[in-house]
Design a protein around this ligand. Structure first.
Ligand SMILES: Cc1cc2nc3c(=O)[nH]c(=O)nc-3n(C[C@H](O)[C@H](O)[C@H](O)COP(=O)(O)O)c2cc1C
Length: 209
């Protein structure tokens, strides 16, 4: 698997300058998680496609405490360095993918916590999902995330990757045995994300008034 390009933090490019950054959030914080391997697999597809620089966030390594900011995130009056760094990282992304398992018919608390830290940074960003689980393929996690994404003003795309029986796809060593359906879904989602970003850049470049 090729190593994903990880641009330096603090280089805003969501503005329309340079190659867009795709933020891939590996949403499980368990020590034996599958989200790392699946995020890595998606990065491989994105590298092949070539439309994005990819920034993979491991929530387990990001180590955000339970939300500890005193002000509403909409105000962006962040008091803690961990929040400021997280804000910069999300801000410079042009599009986002949540890579998430299904836990108890929903998504992991760590992912909700990371989302809730910020507000305007998510706004307008095209969003794709890579979900996984048992027979439901993580679709209940995706459905549970929808109102959250809508509340934040994200642009949720219909294209998604939903992986059923994840233990048959991701091996103990982190190898991903993707079938044709999964690869086609991954490529379609990445194309849709790239198109959404291109549309946004075009709109932003239009003269106003
Ligand atoms: C707390 C917990 C709750 C789970 N609940 C569900 C569930 O509701 N539906 C499902 O399909 N799988 C469920 N599973 C199985 C997970 O989808 C599977 O263990 C997956 O590998 C977890 O992702 P992770 O390894 O990246 O943490 C659950 C697993 C855990 C740890």
């Amino acid at each position: 698997m090729p190593t994903p390009a990880t641009p330096e933090p603090g280089q805003p490019d969501a503005s329309g300058a340079g190659r867009p950054v795709l933020l891939v959030i590996s949403g499980s914080t368990r020590p034996v998680r599958k989200s790392t391997a699946l995020a890595d697999w998606l990065c491989g597809l994105a590298d092949e496609q070539g439309a994005f620089d990819v920034d993979v966030v491991e929530l387990a390594e990001l180590g955000l405490p339970l939300l500890d900011e005193p002000y509403h995130p909409r105000l962006q009056r962040y008091q803690h360095e961990h929040t400021k760094a997280w804000s910069r990282r999300v801000e410079r992304a042009s599009a986002v993918v949540f890579v998430t398992p299904e836990y108890n018919h929903s998504y992991p608390a760590g992912l909700k916590n990371a989302i809730d830290y910020l507000s305007v940074e998510w706004r307008g960003k095209p969003l794709g999902y890579l979900t996984y689980g048992g027979v439901s393929a993580g679709t209940r996690a995706m459905v549970a995330l929808q109102p959250v994404a809508v509340a934040l003003g994200m642009r949720v795309l219909p294209q998604a990757v939903n992986v059923p029986f994840v233990a048959n796809v991701v091996g103990e060593a982190g190898t991903v045995d993707a079938n044709e359906t999964m690869v086609a879904a991954g490529r379609a989602m990445l194309v849709a994300l790239a198109k959404a970003v291109a549309e946004q850049r075009l709109l932003r470049a239009q003269p106003t008034g």
